[in-house]
Design a protein around this ligand. Structure first.
Ligand SMILES: [Zn+2]
Length: 88
């Protein structure tokens, strides 16, 4: 099975999410509402975070737990994988 790049957060476990944000040094920005869902633009909070994934320049992206966003993100990841396979 292919290794997944994004870090899936159990949204119930906000303690885990908080420590991850601390490690990434973005906790204060997160709590000020500076981060938005990559797909729908909703402000990301502890309550609605579904995925955190690495982005270029040492930043991270977020996806909220809106079902449409979760599905879109999963499909996008699938197509990225297909592209990787084709280039190799
Ligand atoms: Zn969203």
């Amino acid at each position: 099975m292919a290794e997944k790049k994004q870090i899936e957060i159990d949204a119930v476990d906000t303690g885990q999410l908080k420590s991850l944000l601390d490690i990434l040094n973005i906790k204060s920005g997160f709590e000020s509402g500076e981060y938005h869902c990559e797909l729908c633009g909703t402000v990301i909070t502890y309550e609605n975070t579904k995925f955190i994934f690495p982005r270029p320049n040492m930043t991270v992206g977020f996806v909220c737990k809106n079902a449409a966003c979760v599905l879109d993100f999963a499909l996008k990841e699938e197509s990225d994988k297909e592209r990787e396979v084709k280039t190799e």
